[in-house]
Design a protein. Sequence first.
Lengths: 307, 256
Amino acid sequence: MPPILSISGVEKHYDSGLTALGGVDLAVRRGEIFALLGPNGAGKTTLISIVCGTVTMSAGTVLVAGRNIVTDFRATRSTIGLVPQEIALDIFSTVWNTVQFSRGLFGRAPDPAYIEQLLRDLSLWDKRHSKTIELSGGMKRRVMIAKALSHEPELLFLDEPTAGVDVNLRRDMWALVRRLRDRGVTIVLTTHYIEEAEEMADRVGVIDKGRILLVEDTAALMEKMGKRRLMLELQQPMAAIPAELQGWPLELQSDGQRMVFTFDAHGEGTGIAALLKRLGELGIDIKDLETTRSSLEDIFVSLVERG
Amino acid sequence: MRGINLHGIWAIYRTEMQRALRTVWQSIATPVITTALYFVVFGAAIGSHMQQMGGVDYGAFIVPGLMMLTILTQSISNASIAIYFPKFTGTLFEILSAPLSAFEAVVAYVGAAATKSIGIGLIILVTATFFVDLEIRHPFWMLGFLAITSVAFSLFGFIIGIWAKSFEQLAIIPSLVVTPLTFLGGAFYSIDMLAQPWRTISLFNPVVYLVSGFRWSFHGVGDVSVAASLAFMTGFMAICLAILWWMFRTGYRLKP
């Protein structure tokens, strides 16, 4: 089975001379949650806009379920749903009408039972007769999602789904995305919240300055690049690492009150036991200790800086 | 899904028509009141001092011109706002991302705008019968001219809606070009009444051909030949279609 989305050599240059995308290759597997991660202006929105047909690419090929998005746009677009970053609704239309409209626009016959279920799933059923202008921000966003799902797409794009959204709604959104995935919908989301990608995504693609820097399983990425650290709060501040401990990956922080030991969580033996034993032999007393793991954020920052 | 996206065309058409029905009072009351006012001013106040024109009463004479005036402005404003508003509010993304060809989008939007114009034209016609005795010589031609003018100028309005970057630009063509041309295009007089060189100059006014053809379908006489009127309308529609085809092909002011 071909990947649900296959992007090769996609470029976007604007007349102004700006290059938004400089040759992007990417494949998204059927049924996964894929997070496209990158800072503002990295090209995330441009890339998904090209796939959805709202931006024309300068060069390259995009296939959705093996079909070309330019020559076979009817077939590809009817399998795609898009929730853009900005809320844009026909403010005078009711929730029911606008969702119904989207389904028809995407070429599907009316199916009131499906729309009812969709609105119930999104807690919008009670508001079905309300005009969209009367809804709260969170509800409007859910209407946008309902519209994108109205034609039962196989591939859903969520552009910054939780930007400017409160904690509860973000949790709801995450739960919704997982439910959709369980139903077999492939989800591509863009975000600059690292925690969102880490929490949600099966795989992460990092994009910056219009180029994909890496694509990796989220877990593998954490494993490969995630360093762990042991923080030791010292009883007595220390001016420098004692000569006896040279060779250990140690550094001092907080005016010598804290010693930090960096280790590879997946190496053979972490070295923690040996270090603690050695410290005991040297008579260095410890008040407290704690281990931390680097987040995707650290990984991301180091990648973007390197790129 | 194969062939034409009929559900998509219907969704847009229906939504556009619903929008008109939401503001049904503006949609109907405005042309009715305007027409009534024109008849009070031109028909009763001035017309009573005027002789027959082209063999018909002045009141009956101005009916086709009056309908044309409203159809032109309504077609342009309905079609231009229909595409400009989604552009302005950002909802255009959904149309652009839909499995809908440019042709289908034009059929839906222009079809809805033209339907409204035809409706308004007929409302004016009915209103006019309360003021004057009307005889329509060629009813089918009349309906034909009504339909083709509504479609042609809805296409023109659609182009303006895509081109416009602001509400000012949206209003500028109808108010600065179309309305003056209509008034000078023989909506309320026959260009035969004009002295030279104005009569010849008037022949360069496209609205003359619209009004003339339409008036012929009512009263059997026009300022120019029916063939010239038909040729003009067909040509105008072809130019609009060509411009729209280019706009969608290049994504002009629709998508980057």
